[in-house]
Write a protein that binds this ligand. Structure first.
Ligand SMILES: Nc1nc2c(ncn2[C@@H]2O[C@H](COP(=O)(O)OP(=O)(O)OP(=O)(O)O)[C@@H](O)[C@H]2O)c(=O)[nH]1
Length: 219
């Protein structure tokens, strides 16, 4: 983990994104939010193994909570910390990142022409001080989107996998990158597919008395 962070004492950023995800970071930046970043370094497989048999929604919420908790402990306090985790559920099976070209090709051969659900867990830790109206609350929610994949040819699958993009993203696809042409439709909040649902973040922040507009940076 990077050196402990602490927010500017008299100014924003109040929000600490506990994620190494470029997609999540870009989503907050494009939405005009000011925030710090401190990725969590967790053994996600070990956490899930210890947790036993969980539904996909429960898995991403557990991992989001573990990330937010770890990052809160690593920072020097004063932040509202956000942890997230995304996975694709298809036919009851949960799939994360392919990591290898072989796995990505196999993944797409099973995804093409079908519909899956991308679940993104979000967890908030209100670690603000009492004088900053901190509530100490920790809570979260999951945003899920139904994704219908195009009927890719073998040639398209091999070309897309050769870009390397699918290897390190949940489900092995993106909607805002080179994978865009291969996703026919998304129901629900598209930001949740990238890994951070902005309308859900707005509702979570409102739970602790923060308007999302209060986090906008002054451009
Ligand atoms: N840009 C983009 N990224 C996507 C998309 N779908 C999934 N991802 C990324 O896939 C990754 C899912 O893996 P996670 O384990 O949730 O997150 P991570 O990247 O490991 O980062 P941490 O939050 O530090 O664990 C995230 O980085 C998501 O942003 C998409 O459509 N577009």
């Amino acid at each position: 983990m990077d050196d402990a962070l602490t927010p500017e004492t008299d100014s924003l950023p109040l929000l600490l994104l506990g994620s190494a995800s470029p997609g999540r970071r870009d989503t907050l930046e494009r939405a005009g939010l000011e925030f710090d970043v401190l990725p969590a370094d967790l053994d996600e497989e070990a956490i899930l193994a210890r947790a036993g048999d969980l539904e996909p929604v429960e898995q991403v919420l557990l991992l989001a909570r573990e990330k937010a908790s770890a990052v809160t402990a690593a920072s020097e306090g004063g932040y509202v910390v956000l942890g997230c985790d995304s996975m694709l559920e298809i036919d009851g099976e949960v799939v994360g990142k392919p990591h290898t070209a072989e796995a990505a090709i196999e993944r797409w051969r099973s995804l093409r022409g079908r519909t899956g659900v991308l679940h993104s867990g979000h967890w908030i830790v209100d670690d603000r001080d009492a004088e900053d109206e901190g509530t100490g609350a920790t809570f979260g929610a999951t945003a899920s989107c139904e994704i219908t994949f195009a009927q890719l040819s073998d040639e398209e699958i091999e070309a897309y996998v050769a870009t390397g993009e699918p290897l390190e993203v949940a489900g092995g696809f993106t909607i805002d990158g080179r994978g865009g042409p291969f996703v026919e439709s998304v129901t629900g909040d598209p930001h949740a597919v990238v890994g951070l649902s902005l309308p859900l973040l707005r509702r979570l922040l409102a739970e602790i008395g923060i308007g999302v507009h209060e986090l906008w940076r002054e451009d």
